[in-house]
Design a protein around this ligand. Structure first.
Ligand code: 6MZ
Length: 352
C-alpha cells in the first residue's frame, strides 16, 4: 500500500491522477452551469478598460479570495464596465473562454442592471448580452451551446427584482433564457423577502436555481431550510448543512451546482479533499462542477475538474459519470441527448 500511495502521490505531483492528464480533462466536453458573467471577465480586459477610461482602481483587492473580497471585486468590475460596448466585449470574451475550455453546454448567468452613470438601461444591458449569446450560437453552436440564466441579486431592492421579472416575462418566448438564478450577498437580505416573487416566476414557467448555504451560521441554516422547502430546480454551492438538511436534499433529490475553488475559499478549507463533493458524489446524487467567477477565483473549468479528480483520485469512468450526471441537470433538457452522445463518444474514443 505504501508503494501505491507513493505512486498516487507522484502521479498527482506531475499532474496525472489514475492516468487522467490535465490535457484529457481539458479536451473533454464539459458542462458549466454556474458562472456569473461579470465575475468571469478577463483580468487583462478589466485592466485595459480601466486604464483607457482612466479609472483609478485598487487591483490589490484581487488578492482577497474570500467571499467578502469577492463582493468588493464585483463592485470594482461594475464600476469599470461603464459602457454597453464593454458589456458586449466581456460577453463575447467570456463565451469564447468557455468554448476554448471545451465546454459543450454553458448556462451563463447575469444580473440585468442599468449603469449608475446613465450610459445604459437594464433593458439595453439584457438585450446586449442576449444578442452576443445569439451571435455566438450562430457561429459556434455546434461546438458549445450557450444559454442565459437571469440573476436576481438579493443585494438590490425587491423592486429591482420585480422590474427584472416583469421585463423577462416579455421575453418568455426567447429560448436562450433557460431560467432564473437567485444570488448576491447573502448578508444583505433574506430569501423570504423574495420568495413570493420567485414563486410567481416559477408559475410563469421559469426554472429556478438558488444560492444556498454559502455562509455558516444559525440564521443561514434556517434560511437554507426555507430555500430547500421551496424546492428549487437546482441549488448553488450548499456548503453548510446539518444531517436533517442533508437528508432533505437527498430525499428531494435536488441537483447541486458545486464550485470547488470558490467553496474552498468561502469555507476556508485546508484541502479540497474536505469538499462536500464526497458526501454527494459517492451517494449517486446529481451534482456538477463549476467555476463561479473565473476572474475572482483565478480559475477555469478544466482546473475545477482536474483539481477534484486529483483531490478524490477519480478514475476515468468516475469522471465520465460526473459529466453524464451533470447533463441530467441542465435547464434546456432538449440538448441532453446530444450532450450525452458527445460525452460517450469522447470517452469511448479515448479508450482505444
Ligand atoms: C453570491 C455571487 C457570487 O451578475 O454582474 N455573484 N453571488 N455568491 C457568489 N459567490 C462568490 N459570485 C457572483 O455577476 C456578478 C454578480 O454575481 C453574483 C453577485 O450578485 C455579483 O455582483 P453579474 O454578471
Amino acid at each position: 500500500t505504501q508503494f501505491i500511495s507513493l505512486k498516487i502521490y507522484l502521479a498527482s505531483m506531475i499532474g496525472i491522477a489514475k492516468g487522467l492528464t490535465q490535457d484529457f480533462v481539458k479536451k473533454a466536453p464539459k458542462i458549466e452551469l454556474h458562472a456569473h458573467l461579470n465575475g468571469c471577465v478577463r483580468r487583462q480586459t478589466l485592466f485595459e478598460i480601466a486604464q483607457r477610461k482612466q479609472i483609478n482602481v485598487d487591483f490589490s483587492i484581487f488578492d482577497l479570495r474570500n467571499i467578502k473580497g469577492a463582493f468588493s471585486i464585483f463592485q470594482l468590475i461594475h464600476q469599470v464596465l461603464r459602457d454597453l460596448s464593454d458589456i458586449r466585449r466581456v460577453s463575447r470574451e467570456v463565451l469564447e473562454d468557455f468554448k476554448d475550455q471545451n465546454v459543450a453546454y454553458l448556462e451563463l448567468r447575469t444580473t440585468p442592471k442599468s449603469c449608475e452613470l446613465g450610459t445604459y438601461t437594464k433593458e439595453q444591458y439584457l438585450a446586449t448580452v442576449i444578442d452576443e449569446i445569439q451571435k455566438f450560437q450562430q457561429l459556434h453552436g455546434d461546438k458549445m451551446q450557450a444559454r442565459l440564466l437571469v440573476s436576481i441579486d438579493r443585494g438590490r431592492p425587491l423592486d429591482d427584482a420585480r422590474s427584472t421579472l416583469n421585463h423577462i416575462l416579455k421575453l418568455k418566448n426567447n429560448n436562450l433564457i433557460a431560467g432564473i438564478d437567485f444570488s448576491g450577498n447573502p448578508s444583505k437580505s433574506t430569501f423570504k423577502e423574495y420568495e413570493q416573487l420567485l414563486e410567481q416566476a416559477r408559475k410563469e414557467g421559469f426554472k429556478i436555481t438558488i444560492h444556498v448555504a454559502e455562509l455558516e451560521g444559525d440564521e443561514y441554516l434556517q434560511e437554507s431550510f426555507d430555500i430547500v422547502n421551496f424546492k428549487p430546480d437546482r441549488l448553488g454551492h450548499f456548503n453548510f448543512y446539518n444531517q436533517e438538511l442533508y437528508n432533505k436534499v437527498r430525499q428531494l433529490d435536488i441537483p447541486i451546482e458545486m464550485c470547488p475553488t470558490s467553496n474552498f475559499y468561502t469555507v476556508n478549507m485546508k484541502s479540497l479533499s474536505e469538499h462536500h463533493f464526497k458526501e454527494f458524489f459517492y451517494q449517486g446524487h446529481t451534482i456538477n462542477l463549476n467555476t463561479d467567477d473565473t476572474c475572482v477565483f483565478d480559475t477555469d473549468i478544466t482546473q475545477e475538474h482536474f483539481k477534484m479528480i486529483q483531490a478524490f483520485n477519480l478514475s476515468e469512468d468516475e469522471f465520465k459519470q460526473l459529466l453524464l450526471r451533470s447533463s441530467n441537470m441542465i435547464f434546456d433538457q432538449s440538448y441532453r441527448p446530444l450532450l450525452q452522445q458527445r460525452i460517450n463518444e469522447y470517452f469511448s474514443s479515448s479508450q482505444k
